[in-house]
Design a protein around this ligand. Sequence first.
Ligand code: NDP
Length: 300
Amino acid sequence: MTAEIIDGKAFAATVRAKVAEHVANLKEVHGITPGLAVVLVGEDPASQVYVRNKGKQTLEVGMNSFEHKLDADTPEADLLALIDQLNNDPAVHGILVQLPLPDHLNSDLVINSINPAKDADGFHISNVGLLGTGQKSMVPCTPLGCLMMLRDHLGSLSGKNAVVVGRSNIVGKPMANLLLKDSCTVTIAHSRTQDLPGVCRGADILVAAVGRPEMIKGDWVKPGATVIDVGINRIPAPEKGEGKHKLVGDVDFAGAAEIAGAITPVPGGVGPMTIACLLANTVTACCRANGLPEPEGLTA
Ligand code: NDP
C-alpha cells in the first residue's frame, strides 16, 4: 500500500482562509479587529524567524499584530509588567510569549501571568486543567493542528486506538487529551516505554512527537494507520553538497508510507498548521471576549 499524503501546507492555507473570513466578518459586522501580541525576549535566531512569520501571517489574515522585542537581559519584573499591560489592553485578544526564554526568566511564572482567556498558545496552567477535564479552553497550537488534520482525514475519531509517542507539555500530553476528548483509546508512549514498536503497531492513529530523526520505522506502523509526524529534525545531507542539511521527521517516511493509509510529510505536514492554529486561537479568543459565537471548525 502507498499512503495518501496529508498535505499540511494546503490544509493550513484553508484554515487561514477561514480565519480571514471570520476576521472580515468581525470587522464588518461588529467593528472589531482581532489582535495578536507576540513577545520575544533575546535574539535566538530560530525564535526570530518564528516571530517574523507569525507577525506576517497575522497581518495577512487581516488581524492586528503587536510585536514586542525585549533585550535578552530584560528583568523578569519588566516582562511581567508588559504582560500585565497586554492583559488589560482591549485591542489585544491573544498573547504569545515566544519560548524558550533566557535562563534568568521563570517560564512557568511568565506563562501563568498571561490572562488565560488571551493565552493563544494554550500553555497557561488553567487552560491545561480545562483541557485535561474536557472543558472549553485555549488549546496548544501544534496538537490542535494535528487534531484538525485527523478529523478532516478520518471524520469521527471515536473508538480508534491512538498512540502518542512523546509526553511533553506542549505536544504529547495535550495531543493525548484532545484524542481522548474525541473518544479515542489513547496510549502515551515515552522513553521508558517497553516494546515501543509493538505499542506503535497497535495504533490506528500514530502521532510521533519525539525529536529523534526517523526513529519510527515502517514496520512499526499498522497497515492502513494514519500517521502524524510532529518531529522537525535538522540532519546533515551530504547528497545535497558539503555542509548541507535537510529536515526530517520522527518517522522513517519512505518506510512508513509503504504501510500506512495516510501520513504527514516533513516538511509540509504539521509544521505549517501550527501558525494557522495560532491565528485560529486568536479569533476564537476574540469571539469569546466579545460574547460572540465561536468560529466553527477552528477549535477543539
Ligand atoms: P520534548 O523533547 O519536550 O519531548 C520528547 C518526548 O519524546 C519526551 O516525552 C521523551 O520521553 C520522548 N522520547 C525521547 N526519546 C524517546 C525514545 N527513544 N523512545 C520513546 N520516546 C522518546 O519534545 P517536544 O514534544 O517539544 O517536540 C517533539 C518534536 O516535535 C521535536 O522534533 C520538535 O522539534 C517537534 N515540534 C514540532 C512543532 C511543529 O510546529 N511541527 C512544534 C513543537 C515541536 P521522556 O519524557 O521519557 O523523556
